[in-house]
Ligand binder design. Structure first.
Ligand code: BES
Ligand code: MN
Ligand code: ZN
Length: 479
């Protein structure tokens, strides 16, 4: 997508979007209002347009201006978060029209953060996963964006592009069928992101087993597609101002294993690498953002399948940190992979570990598709992540790491068991993970709800959302 900056004129082709703040929802650019002689104000009145963030009124331009379509879009308060929603609605509309050219006239001054949000929102709203449709039936994506405000920062627009593309990259990985994205191909994709500042190490199933990663080995052993462990590192160009680790669950397909899921529950389980996908998306953006901290991106990729070699109920696994786990349900596989990854990350010289995982149906039942269940063993980390989520348009809701519930995951033959029963399922999963964190401050993000939508939400289409990518990038940039 090309990015341009220009004055407001009536000569721009394609979709012309006019941002309007709540409380000033009739403040149209005078030349535009004049070209339509009062009709536009009437249209907005008819539609009861108030300028709420992301609300829009659209019309064909009928030859009165160069554009084919006009979009009046609410900017709410004009905050970056509201501008992101506004631009998202524009991106969404542009894709429905197959518009290659979009110009956006934001109301008022545009701060750098707002300029970033405009481009990011536009890319996010414009996103579709359509590679399996015939080329002739695909609607065109935006190729050229002109921001109609001469004072907007070009650098901020470019940053917005990096943020938006990182999220789209994650969405593509998560939406891809399990036949395309399996442990080896996911690892290979990560390896393809190696660059001057990013190194990528991939361990195959033999190395994983020999290293003592009993969780990854067990979960992956039932599949013909063997598991992988991946460790990416981004190192900044100058002096590094900190060091953190991101850890992702990369179950490229979750059949449930011998504790097999019913069809309905299995249908979308290609999304179960959403955590790893988010880690990869974040890592893909760091060099372009010039982030001054060292970031480790770690994930285990495995397919949870059924075969003569599947791991079994009653198996006792030894995780990398030496703890033993009884398997009571092979469908609680994500925590077994993460246990090895968190043990590994705990040995790195990092101050913080944040893991992301489509971990439990219980988190979806509790919070739905809009909220990530956030756990943290440190209040400052929880506060920083909440702030980053709010700024970047994500919903994080803190849940308790209630020590009383540790009882529920005590093993009988091993130290721990991998399921804690019906109650507090997302919390007992988090408490299980906590057993494998030793040293760094830690947060766990259960993204099972937000990672993959069953129904469209605002400017996000059904399917993968890139959950976690915006908030983590905001958090890292704010460190
Ligand atoms: N991948 C699932 C969790 C999930 C559910 C993600 C819905 C996205 C949408 C996970 O591996 C799983 O199967 N969890 C079980 C745990 C249970 C066996 C303790 C669950 O939530 O039912
Ligand atoms: Mn499962
Ligand atoms: Zn799973």
């Amino acid at each position: 997508m090309q990015l341009h900056i220009d004055e407001f004129t009536l000569k721009h082709p394609g979709v012309l979007a006019i941002g309007l703040n709540e409380g000033a929802a009739r403040a149209l650019p005078p030349s535009l209002a004049a070209a339509f002689g009062g009709e536009l104000e009437r249209l907005l009145d008819e539609q009861d347009f108030k300028g709420k963030a992301g609300a829009s009124v659209t019309t064909r331009a009928l030859g009165r201006v160069a554009a084919t379509h006009l979009v009046f879009v609410g900017q709410g308060s004009g905050s970056p978060a509201d501008l992101r929603l506004a631009a998202g609605a524009v991106g969404h509309f542009a894709r429905e029209q197959g518009a290659r050219d979009v110009s956006f006239a934001p109301a008022g001054a545009v701060s750098p953060a707002a300029a970033e949000a405009i481009v990011e929102g536009l890319i996010t709203g414009n996103y579709r996963y359509d590679r399996y449709f015939a080329e002739s039936s695909r609607k065109a994506a935006i190729e050229r964006l002109i921001v109609l405000n001469p004072n907007v920062s070009k650098a901020a627009l470019e940053t917005g592009r990096v943020l938006g593309q990182a999220r789209s990259l994650t969405r593509d990985l998560v939406n891809a069928p399990a036949a395309d994205i399996y442990p080896e191909s996911l690892a290979a994709f990560a390896a393809g992101l190696a660059s001057e500042r990013v190194t990528v190490e991939v361990w195959d199933e033999v190395k994983v087993r020999e290293a003592g990663m009993g969780g990854i080995t067990a979960v992956g052993q039932g599949s013909d597609r063997k598991p992988r462990f991946v460790h990416m590192v981004y190192r900044p160009e100058g002096k590094s101002r900190g060091e953190i680790a991101l850890v992702g669950k990369g179950v490229t397909f979750d059949s449930g294993g011998l504790s097999i899921k019913p069809t309905d529950g299995m249908l979308t389980m290609r999304c179960d690498m959403g955590g790893a996908g988010a880690v990869i998306g974040v890592m893909s953006a760091l060099e372009a953002l010039g982030l001054p901290i060292t970031v480790h991106g770690i994930f285990a990729a495995a397919e949870n399948m059924i075969s003569g070699n599947s791991y079994k109920l009653g198996d006792i696994l030894t995780i990398l940190n030496g703890k033993t786990v009884e398997v009571l349900n092979t469908d609680a596989e994500g925590r077994l992979l993460l246990a090895d990854c968190l043990s590994y990350a705990s040995k790195l010289p990092v101050s913080h570990i944040v893991d992301l995982a489509t971990l439990t149906g219980a988190a979806v039942v509790a919070l739905g598709e809009h909220y990530t269940a956030m756990y943290a063993d440190d209040d400052a980390l929880a506060a920083a992540l909440s702030k980053a989520a709010a700024e970047s348009g994500e919903g994080f809701w803190r849940m308790p790491l209630e020590p009383l519930y540790k009882e529920l995951i005590k093993g009988e033959v091993g130290q721990l068991k991998n399921v804690g029963g019906r109650l507090a399922g997302s919390i007992t999963a988090a408490l299980f993970l906590q057993e494998f964190v030793d040293g760094p401050k830690w947060s766990h993000l259960d993204i099972a709800g937000p990672a993959f939508l069953g129904a469209p939400e605002r400017h996000l289409v059904k399917g993968a959302t890139g959950a976690g990518v915006p908030a983590l990038l905001a958090w890292l940039r704010g460190m």
